[in-house]
Each structure stands twice: as C-alpha cells, then as structure tokens.
Ligand binder design. Sequence first.
Ligand code: FES
Length: 195
Amino acid sequence: MSERTPEEQDALVDRISADSLTTRRDYLRIVATVSGGLAVGSTLVSAGVLHRHGDGAADPLKVADLLPKGRAVTFNYPGEEDRAMAIRLDDGTLVGYSTVCTHLACGVLWRDDHAEEDGLYCPCHEGVFNARTGEVTAGPPPRPLPKVIMVEDAVGAVWAVGTARSGESEEAGLCRGLVSRNPGLADRAGCGRQR
Ligand code: FES
C-alpha cells in the first residue's frame, strides 16, 4: 500500500467532506487519531460515510468514553453475537479484534501482565496471539484474529467502525464493503490504491 502524505490525506478529507450528502453531526467530528495510522477509516468516518446503511462496513459503535493505556474493553461488534475487544497498548496505539479464537471459537482473553507479543490468550488449547497485530504466536490457531477497526474521536471516546477478515488489512476491510456498495466514494477514498 502506498503511503499518503499528511497533505494528501487532508486533501482527501476535504474532497470527501465536500462531496458528502449528509449534514455534519456530532459523530462526523470523529477524526484524526486512528489505529495503525489508518487513513481511509478516519476519512470515511469524518465524512459521515460509515454511519449510513449500505455505504460501508457496519455502523459505528461507541465502545468506551475513554480507554487508558494498558486497558481493554470488550463489546459485541458488528452483530450482537460477535464478541470483540479493543485494547490501548502501552504506546497509546488502539487495536481491536474479534475475540472468537480462529481455532475452535473459544473466547480470547487479554493478558495485561504479558508482553504484547503474547498478550492475547485462548485458554482452551493455549493459543496465543500478538496483541499489536493479531498474528498467532503459539498454539494451534491456524489464522490471525480478525480485526475490528477502531478509531478515537476528538474527545477521546473509542469507536468500532468496521471489520477486516483474518489477515486482511484494516483499509482493505473498509474498502471491501465500500467498493461494492458505493464505487464512486470508494474511488474518492483511495480504495483503488489499497489493492
Ligand atoms: S479454541 Fe483457541 S486454541 Fe483452541
């Protein structure tokens, strides 16, 4: 994936915001601090795109008013049965994952007393995942944990805004839903550059 400069990202946000047919509301101010330097997610959320049914991934869900470093919060996303977790790593990075183990679907737990390399643990068969990447670091799980795409808004609240399949990048996950439903917007958001 090619990196966009800050100037290019700003121009992208401006273009999409100008094109957006929605009026700006509180949730449209969600911007800026995004997990993993995610440009497309912040762009789409700031443009209000992800909130509209059919335009992108699942509707944004606020999961915490604040998430301090070294803490995690569990929630269900994108469906009511879909167990998920957001973690604020020690360096402030925000990450999110499905907590359904890719081995036999047991619940994956956050271990705040472990290094991030083995911070996520499945007790059923001792599966271990890297808390920063979701990659498997030990045990029988065959695939990384699917990601839940997290963003932080201007007042520090934490939102889930979409999902990515196991091994898929966050931007690719957002774009996958958008390309099929709103190709024009996907193009303006730079989704063509993600593939
Ligand atoms: S179900 Fe998680 S390691 Fe087996």
